[in-house]
Design a protein around this ligand. Structure first.
Ligand code: ATR
Length: 287
C-alpha cells in the first residue's frame, strides 16, 4: 500500500459513512485520499442505511471490526441509542457524527462543532476570545457550533432563529456553561449584526438551488467583521458575496467539512490528518 494507489489485503480495515441519502457524500473521496497519503491500510465506503436498519448496521460494525464510521443526516441523533458510550461533548450537543471502534466498544463523538471552530480559526479569525458572535439558526449544526464556540471564551453569543422557541431552548441548554448566551427572534437581527464581530449562518438559506437567498442584509454588518457560512454548495453564497462587498472578511463552509473529517481521521488512527491533500481532493471533486 502506498500513496501511489489502493491495495486491499487481509489486514485492511474498513471505515465508512452512513446516511439516507448518502450517494452525494464527498467523505469517501476525502478519507480514502487521507489513508493513501498517510500509508494507512484502510478503505472508506458509503453505506445507505435507513432508520430501521440502524441497529443491524451498528451490530455489523461490531461483528466485522469496522474501524470507524461517520454519521450524517438523518442518523446523528438516532444512532446514539445503539452505541456503548457517548463522549460528554456529543451528549451535551445531542448528536453523534463520528463512531470510533475501540476494541469492540463503540464510542460516539461529535466533530462538527470542533471542526467548524478549527476551520474558522485557521481560515478567518485566529482569536475568538472576547468576540461578539451572532449565530443564525438553532438546528443540529448550530448546537455543535455553539458548544464549541463557548470553549473559545467569546464575549457573547446571540442565537437567532426563524422559530424563536428553538433559539431559546438551545440557549437554555447551554446558559449554565456560558451565561452571556442570548436568544432572539429574527426582528433582533439588524441590531445584533451591527454590533457583531462574527456572524455565522447555520441555516440552509442560500444553499443550492436557492442561491439567490440570504439570511442577512449585508448593510447590517460592520465592515471588517467576519461573515461565516456553513454552506459549501455554492462555495460563496449570496450572504458571503454581499458581505465581502461590504468590506467583511468571509469564511465558507468547506473548511468545516474538511476538519470534521480530519478530526474523525485523527480519532481513528491517532495520526495528524493530511488536511491539505484532503482539501485538494474535495475541491477537485466540486469543480
Ligand atoms: P441542521 O442539522 O443542518 O442544523 P436542522 O436541525 O433541520 O438542520 O435545522 C435547520 C435550521 O435552518 C433551523 O434553524 C431552521 O429554522 P427553524 O428552526 O425555524 O425551522 C433553519 N431554516 C431552514 N430553512 C429556513 C428558511 N427558509 N428560513 C429561515 N430559517 C430556515
Amino acid at each position: 500500500l502506498g500513496a501511489s494507489g489502493l491495495s486491499i489485503d487481509s489486514h485492511t480495515i474498513l471505515y465508512g459513512v452512513i446516511g439516507d441519502p448518502v450517494r452525494h457524500s464527498r467523505s469517501p473521496l476525502m478519507l480514502n485520499r487521507a489513508f493513501q497519503e498517510k500509508d494507512i491500510n484502510g478503505i472508506y465506503a458509503a453505506f445507505h442505511v435507513t432508520a430501521e436498519g440502524l441497529g443491524d448496521f451498528v451490530r455489523g460494525v461490531r461483528a466485522m471490526g469496522v474501524g470507524g464510521v461517520n454519521v450524517t443526516i438523518p442518523h446523528k441523533l438516532g444512532v446514539m441509542e445503539w452505541l456503548d458510550e457517548i463522549d460528554p461533548a456529543a451528549r451535551a450537543i445531542g448528536a453523534v457524527n463520528t463512531i470510533v471502534n475501540r476494541g469492540g466498544r463503540l464510542v460516539g463523538y461529535n466533530t462538527d462543532g470542533i471542526g467548524y471552530v478549527r476551520s474558522l480559526k485557521e481560515e478567518a479569525e485566529p482569536e475568538l476570545s472576547g468576540k461578539r458572535i451572532v449565530v443564525i439558526g438553532a438546528g443540529g449544526a448550530a448546537r455543535g457550533i455553539v458548544y464549541a464556540l463557548i470553549g473559545e471564551g467569546p464575549a457573547s453569543i446571540a442565537i437567532v432563529n426563524r422559530t424563536a422557541d428553538r433559539a431559546h431552548s438551545l440557549a437554555d441548554d447551554f446558559r449554565e456553561k456560558f451565561p452571556a448566551l442570548q436568544a432572539d427572534s429574527y426582528d433582533a437581527l439588524p441590531g445584533l449584526c451591527s454590533e457583531a464581530d462574527i456572524v455565522i449562518n447555520t441555516t440552509s438559506v442560500g444553499m443550492y438551488p436557492n442561491t439567490e437567498q440570504s439570511p442577512v442584509d449585508a448593510a447590517w454588518l460592520k465592515s471588517g467583521a467576519v461573515a461565516s457560512d456553513l454552506i459549501y454548495n455554492p462555495m460563496k453564497t449570496l450572504f458571503l458575496t454581499e458581505a465581502e462587498a461590504r468590506g467583511c472578511r468571509i469564511h465558507g463552509g468547506l473548511g468545516m467539512f474538511i476538519y470534521q473529517g480530519a478530526y474523525a481521521f485523527e480519532y481513528w488512527t491517532g495520526e495528524d490528518a493530511p488536511v491539505a491533500a484532503m482539501r485538494e481532493t474535495v475541491l477537485t471533486s466540486l469543480q
